[in-house]
Write a protein that binds this ligand. Structure first.
Ligand code: MGD
Ligand code: MGD
Ligand code: SF4
Ligand code: MO
Length: 728
């Protein structure tokens, strides 16, 4: 049917790998021009198109100049209007930092020492696959397929390397399914209860907005390529308001920062509704035609008067009133949210209640007004994802689901039937990114657990592996990148041959399937074949966008008819087709209307501070890049933000070493007393590697694995700690 992947001779790719490896291992962070060897006489330079693999709304397009098999130049694609020629700071040096990192794993490894200590020896692919397949088979024969937990997440979000082949393997095996809830689940669930979908306006249309609320999103750091559009909108007259308990990089640049207490957004949204309704600032015609449950909402929000709401949120009553008025009267007025406030036990209702506001005021009618959330639903319509979902073709039975947020609890639960006996970790670093780090480590230490990790590095998770397999990076494999934050589709082509013995995730699972004895034709499908299958569609958004077009040009914007004003006339994705203020389907769980519930209210006496652990660094992407020397140097030691009032009460000064501690663990930090949080709140950045900081513990050593109200997400921010000055 289609092209097979290019086969490299083993000698050739080891040769190139080593050449590249030794060439740059002394030079992490140096510009590529300084790394290029001047010895090439005959130029065969070519440009290879690619795209960033990170779990990031921007999905940037890049170009790689390759000469004689080596990378000469790497950077954002200038022709793509969204990437606009610039990757984010951490990705500008991606080849040196990740692909050519001196610590990168280039052969399979087998554990030699105690789990967690990181002792490994090299082993051949052939032998490692044989041993893993044998052990897996014997375990599955005894305990059943559901004793296998595939813990694969968003280390790469490319359509092929994220899960195309692994999904087939684990479905065929009858493994437990992983509910991927740590990011986005409550945000999606909450918005969907009200609006039936998560797609709002297109990112570029923020230029038309004149009142922009960045609600719990740190755009300047976490959505870097939307930020210039926000600034341009301000140039054109927009006011920028940030709602965040943290004076984030974005809040610092806003025209107004509403610094509410964490987890109180539901109350603020309901309080705004109270004012808007009371003052007659509603769009009654819009409400009448395109919404459901207004009468119930009207009664419900009576109890959320500005005085009550101000007390809950810890802000002034007048701010609630003025903000509601301004929001309702400005035109076009836009709320931008992503996931920031979802990591609370009331996170789902926060997204839901905030997501109702545009229907109350009719903001959806205006070009540039309404809500801006995720864009992935547009790709869902346009791209053919059939080859990703092979469930009916391969599954013998439906198998159970387990929530990734509770990995620690699951690994340590003796009553699970069956218990988890084999854990595959790929595209993820759960010891750092999943709540309750110490409980996860306890589970990973189990001698009766087979842990197989596919990675670039011996991460804090991989240290517990029985086998580690070396994965390729985005410069070395094929992939197709859709997006959840913009509307460009990218084809990522390999720019260089794989380093050492690294292989794409897809190839790992292909080989393991063969070794295990799975002979279904789908395990023979190559990455290029899978890539081509995504373009097998006649949806109008994909007009002219073919595999060959992207092979030549790298990226294309979905052909979405403009102006795109999705809900000017209702057209919501709910079963009623309307924005549902009242949700009959949630009556049984007592959630027919969003209700403010207190968060983080336990153990207040023992642990007086509400701890936030957020993506506050520029240099790390979750835990990715957390082992890159120059980025670690730029970020410095992990900090704990405290208010001066709280610091004074504990005799803590700026720069002091402090310990944040609770029932789950303790973390060593450097106090930062810059009043970026309010009294009672402390905040530390997420992403540092435990093994690279003092105390071998990071943010998730303190977080709990409780769940959010909707979507089964992580209530990470429902967390309390005590803070003391370190004695040294
Ligand atoms: N306390 C706290 N915890 C959080 C958050 C928070 O704000 N606070 N944020 C949460 C959010 S939003 C998210 S999305 C999660 C992210 O959690 P994770 O998905 O675990 O993210 P990373 O830490 O980046 O780990 C990804 C790993 O995948 C590896 N990787 C990259 N590309 C490939 C590849 O092609 N193949 C293989 N095999 N591996 C690859 C990288 O080396 C890296 O170690 O963290 C969550 N955890
Ligand atoms: N530099 C960098 N960029 C990234 C990432 C990264 O790790 N580093 N990760 C990527 C990923 S995986 C994701 S999901 C996106 C997420 O991007 P965002 O949706 O912007 O989410 P976060 O950065 O987790 O949090 C945003 C803000 O929410 C605030 N917040 C916390 N609790 C509350 C609350 O109760 N109410 C309100 N109103 N605000 C609250 C935090 O203080 C923080 O400043 O970013 C992506 N971009
Ligand atoms: S991490 Fe995000 S902003 Fe940075 S290059 Fe990748 S997609 Fe672009
Ligand atoms: Mo995320």
């Amino acid at each position: 049917m289609s092209e097979k992947p290019k086969k490299f001779s083993r000698r050739k790719f080891i040769g190139l790998g080593i050449q590249g490896y030794t060439g740059v291992q002394l030079a992490q962070g140096l510009p590529l021009s300084l790394l290029a060897s001047p010895s090439c006489t005959k130029s065969n330079a070519k440009t290879v198109h690619g795209a960033c693999y990170h779990d990031c709304p921007d999905s940037c397009s890049w170009k790689v100049t390759v000469e004689n098999g080596e990378i000469r130049d790497f950077g954002g694609d200038k022709d793509n209007p969204f990437t606009a020629g610039k990757l984010c700071d951490k990705m500008e040096t991606f080849p040196q930092d990740i692909t050519f990192h001196p610590d990168r794993i280039l052969t399979p490894l087998k554990r030699t020492g105690i789990k967690g200590e990181g002792g490994f020896e090299k082993i051949s692919w052939e032998q490692a696959l044989k041993e893993v397949a044998q052990k897996l088979k014997s375990s599955v024969d005894t305990h059943g397929g559901e004793s296998v937990l595939p813990f694969g997440y968003m280390g790469t979000q490319g359509l092929i390397q994220k899960a195309a082949m692994s999904q087939r393997f684990f479905t065929k095996l009858g493994a437990t399914n992983l509910a991927e809830t740590i990011c986005g689940a409550p945000a999606i669930a909450g918005n969907k209860v009200a609006n039936g979908q998560v797609m709002g306006i297109l990112p570029e249309d923020i230029l038309h907005s004149r009142f922009i609320i960045l609600w719990g999103t740190n755009t300047k750091h976490s959505n870097v390529h939307l930020w210039p559009f926000v600034l341009e909108a301000r140039n054109r007259g927009a006011k920028i308001i940030v709602i965040d308990p943290f004076r984030s990089a974005t809040a610092m640049e806003a025209d107004q920062h509403i610094q509410l207490m964490p987890g109180t957004d539901v109350a603020l949204a309901l309080g705004m509704m109270h004012v808007i309704i009371k003052e007659g600032l509603t769009d009654d015609a819009y409400i009448e035609k395109y919404t459901l449950g207004y009468d119930a909402l009207k009664v419900h929000v009576q109890e959320y008067d500005p005085f009550t709401v101000a007390a809950i949120c810890g802000i002034e009553e007048q701010i609630v009133i003025d903000f509601a008025r301004e929001y309702a009267t400005a035109k076009p007025s836009l709320i931008r949210y992503l996931i920031g406030m979802e990591h609370n036990s009331n996170g789902g209702d926060a997204f839901r209640s905030v997501g109702m506001l545009p229907s109350l005021t009719g903001a959806w009618r205006d070009h540039g007004g309404g809500l801006m959330h995720f864009t992935y639903e547009l790709f869902g319509k346009a791209v053919n994802y059939e080859r990703l979902d092979m469930y009916t073709e391969l599954a013998e039975n439906e198998t159970r689901w387990m929530n990734m947020v509770q990995l620690g609890t699951l690994l340590n639960d003796p009553d699970l039937n069956p218990q988890i006996k084999t854990l595959f970790v790929f595209n993820a670093n759960p010891v750092v990114t999943i709540p309750n780090q110490n409980l996860i480590r306890e589970g990973l230490k189990r001698e009766d657990l087979l842990t197989v990790v596919v990675e670039h590095f011996v991460t804090d998770t991989a240290k517990y592996a029985d086998y580690i397999f070396p994965a390729t990076t985005q410069l070395e494999h094929w992939d197709v990148a859709d997006s959840w934050g913009q509307v460009y589709l990218n084809l990522n082509q390999p720019a260089i041959e794989p380093m050492g013995e690294a292989k794409p995730n897809s190839e790992f699972f292909r080989l393991l399937a063969k070794e295990y004895g799975f002979n279904d034709a789908c395990f023979d499908e190559s990455d290029i074949e899978i890539a081509k299958s995504f373009f097998d569609t006649d949806h109008p958004y994909m007009e002219g966008i073919t595999f060959d077009y992207l092979k030549k040009n790298g990226w294309a914007r979905l052909k979405i008819p403009e102006p795109y004003i999705p809900h000017a006339a209702g057209n919501f994705g709910t079963s009623s087709g309307k924005c549902e203020f009242y949700s009959a389907s949630l009556e049984d769980s007592g959630q027919a209307l969003p209700v403010y519930k207190t968060v983080s209210a336990e153990n207040v006496g023992k642990y007086p501070f509400h701890l936030l652990t957020v993506k506050a660094t520029k240099g790390f992407h979750n835990s990715s890049h957390g082992n890159v020397k120059h980025l670690m140097e730029t970020e410095g030691l992990p900090t704990l933000d405290m208010s001066s009032e709280d610091a004074q009460s504990r005799n803590i000064s700026d720069g002091d070493e402090v310990i944040a501690q609770n029932q789950n663990g303790s973390v060593v930090l450097r106090a930062r007393i810059k009043d970026r949080v309010r009294p009672g709140v402390v905040l530390m950045p997420h992403g540092y590697w435990p093994s690279l900081v003092k105390g071998n513990a990071t943010s998730n050593a303190l977080t709990n694995d409780g769940l959010s109200d909707l979507g089964g997400g992580a209530a990470l921010q429902d967390c309390r700690v005590e803070v003391t000055k370190s004695s040294g």
